[in-house]
Design a binder for this molecule. Structure first.
Ligand code: ADE
Length: 413
């Protein structure tokens, strides 16, 4: 690379790996000769964290990382990344898998559409391209579900294409360094110019990592910043943290839901599979649904249970209440034990009667994991023929314990 012999993309797992060449950051006082892009890559080569997707050029592993990292922070993503790749170590393995096991392997990472899209992509690549990834961002972007960011990230990181993938970190870093309010097109041009002859893998990883460690969204660490001498926002703004201007986050909508545990005579509980598309698509949950304004939770759970399963029930006991945050919603969930008003059918559309021992095999949303102790205790008591099993309370009387009937759980537990 002309003029910059020291700034090369290290081979994965050997040579001058950024992870191995560490020394403390030295904040620069004035502009460096190569400008901020060179200073950024030099910083990265001194200080980069050792992350597993930096040790590989396998496009599949890099794709999994990029998809996971779109909505999940690096430290949170790591365990999911390792678990998913242990379960599906190759594109072929993922393509052969059935959707429920893909969702199970993604369980807890959230935004499950990402897992379904990865799965669909693996199948397309194996079926139509013999399992080979296209090598350019342009070709990658023609694949289903692969947007401009992901295609560029895979092209640059796996194949060394000279392109820049701008995620929200990259946009913030670039906007501040160059004090630019430009939209995606202008920032894209600036990023290409900044990349110049620098090594594309290191440059892309450096932009992302710098945004995660120094150029933080609200409170950038400008005093210690190794690029402060290069940064127009530091030079010109009293508070670089307010730049670029942010859209205010939409307020979370508060909703209430009623969910019900109904035990079959054989000691199984009915779980409902959510539609494949949409929030938590394909995961298993207790039947029930949204409570209307002004509706009592116990009427709401009976109404929504009937609507989703066709089964008429009554409330036997309130098991507890918990609250769960989603990206745009704050949901208060009231959980009840129910009894059927007639015989329960064996077959219920989109639902399955499950034993306690089946629960670990099913992909469950986090909120259902939080209810599991209640579900398991109801099943245990049913087996033991104890109080709290259907029919053991006077009809219509509700035994209420807001902390949960078994002394745990409750709000936020
Ligand atoms: N965020 C998104 N992609 C990333 C990557 N490859 N390395 C670190 N952080 C990231």
């Amino acid at each position: 690379m002309a003029g910059l012999p020291t700034l090369s993309d290290p081979a994965p797992g050997r040579g001058r790996s950024p992870a191995r060449a560490r020394s403390p950051a030295t904040p620069r006082k004035g502009p460096s000769r190569g400008g901020w892009p060179t200073a950024l890559v030099e910083w990265f080569q001194r200080e980069a964290r050792p992350l597993p997707w930096r040790e590989t050029r396998d496009p599949y592993r890099i794709l999994v990382a990029e998809v996971l990292l779109q909505q999940t922070r690096v430290d949170q993503a790591l365990p999911f990344y390792h678990r998913f790749l242990r379960r599906f170590p190759t594109l072929d393995a993922l393509a052969r898998a059935r959707e429920p096991s893909v969702l199970k392997a993604w369980e807890g990472a959230g935004y499950y559409a990402r897992a379904r899209h990865l799965h669909a992509l693996a199948r397309t690549l194996v079926r139509e391209q013999g399992g080979r990834f296209p090598r350019s961002a342009r070709e990658l972007s023609t694949l289903p579900g692969v947007g401009p960011y992901t295609s560029r990230a895979v092209a640059a990181l796996a194949f060394g294409e000279r392109v820049v993938a701008l995620d929200s970190n990259g946009v913030r870093v670039l906007s501040r360094l160059e004090l630019s309010k430009g939209g995606p097109a202008e920032l894209g041009e600036r990023a290409d110019r900044a990349l110049g002859e620098l090594p594309p893998r290191a440059f892309n990883e450096a932009l992302m990592e710098f945004g995660q460690r120094y150029c933080l969204p609200r409170r950038p660490r400008c005093r210690e910043c190794p690029l402060r001498g290069e940064c127009l926002a530091v030079r010109k703004l009293a508070d670089p943290g307010v730049f670029p201007p942010r859209r205010p986050a939409p307020a979370r909508v508060r909703e209430e839901e009623g969910r019900g545990v109904l035990v079959s005579p054989g000691g199984r509980v009915l779980l409902h599979r959510r539609p494949s598309r949409g929030l938590l698509g394909g995961l298993w949950e207790l039947p029930g649904g949204r409570i209307r304004a002004g509706e009592e939770p116990r009427s709401g759970v009976v109404r929504t249970w009937k609507a989703s399963t066709g089964i008429a029930t009554r409330v036997v006991a309130e098991l507890g209440r918990l609250e769960q945050e989603y990206s745009h919603r704050h949901v208060v969930v009231h959980v009840f034990q129910l009894a059927a008003r007639g015989r329960v059918p064996q077959e219920v559309a989109s639902a399955r009667w499950v034993r306690a021992s089946d629960l670990p095999r099913l992909a469950l949303p986090r909120v259902v994991h939080r209810m599991r102790p209640w579900i398991e205790e109801v099943l245990r008591r049913h087996r033991a023929g104890e109080e709290g099993t259907p029919g053991s309370f006077a009809p219509g009387r509700v035994k209420r314990n807001p902390r949960g009937p078994f002394g745990r759980g409750g709000n936020g537990a």
